[in-house]
Ligand binder design. Structure first.
Ligand code: DX5
Ligand code: ZN
Length: 216
């Protein structure tokens, strides 16, 4: 089972409806929220998210690259996000936050930047529905995949297998036809792809191609 989650960050922000409709075989749409504090870039907030929510019934996977996710993340669950990812580097109380998200009916997900190890957070895994291992420094689309993250992906897969249950393992950053197989081999089941999908002539064909390579 693999899931393909195109990132709207690489879509035309003046025409998100067309972007959403260009990837009908996506399992979810990945929505990147940046605040220009946690990362040096600014994207969109709750009002735009609510419009995206109203525009499609597809699963929305919100990736919060913001300070103080403890304050903001629950609002995205309230607004109808099926999955909300906070960065553990920014969360003051990740266990409480994960429980709040689940309490609001969303999947609770924790993200790690490339230099953040998984091991200190191993005991949190039962509180989560997904772990996102960033494979670029968060903040921008179109960056080169960091191979140095692969050992951490493998270690996270091993920890998740030990915990059991159905915690998804996601990668985000530089995922393309060149890198998707490496991630799948390391144990990833959920793939975010921005520039490789929306930069393709046929975005939905690229979703299908990434899925084929991930399953190979
Ligand atoms: C980057 C974002 C990603 C971004 C990935 O910080 O979190 O979701 O859209 O873009 P690509 O796939 O182009 O690396
Ligand atoms: Zn993202």
């Amino acid at each position: 089972m693999v899931r393909l989650m195109p990132s709207l960050l690489s879509a035309d922000f003046a025409n998100l409806q067309a972007a959403i409709e260009s990837v009908p075989s996506a399992d979810a749409l990945h929505v990147d929220v940046m605040d220009n504090h946690f990362v040096p870039n600014l994207t969109l907030g709750l009002p735009v998210f609510e419009s995206i929510r109203a525009a499609t019934p597809v699963m929305l996977d919100v990736h919060l690259m913001i300070e103080d996710p403890d304050r903001w993340a629950p609002a995205y669950a309230e607004a109808g996000a099926e999955s909300v990812t906070f960065h553990v580097e920014a969360a003051a109380a990740p266990v409480r936050l994960a429980r709040e998200l689940r309490g609001r009916g969303a999947r609770a997900s924790m993200a790690l930047k490339p230099a953040t190890p998984i091991e200190p957070y191993a005991d949190l895994l039962p509180e989560l529905d997904m772990v996102l291992i960033m494979t670029v420094e968060p903040g921008f689309g179109g960056q080169k995949f960091l191979d140095l993250c692969l050992p951490k992906i493998e270690r996270t897969r091993a920890l998740l297998d030990k915990v059991g249950g159905d915690v998804w393992l996601q990668v985000d950053g530089g995922v393309s036809a060149e890198t998707v197989e490496r991630c799948a081999a390391a144990g990833v089941d959920s793939f975010v792809a921005g520039s490789s999908v929306f930069g393709a002539d046929d975005p939905d064909a690229m979703v299908a191609e990434l899925r084929r390579l991930a399953l190979a």
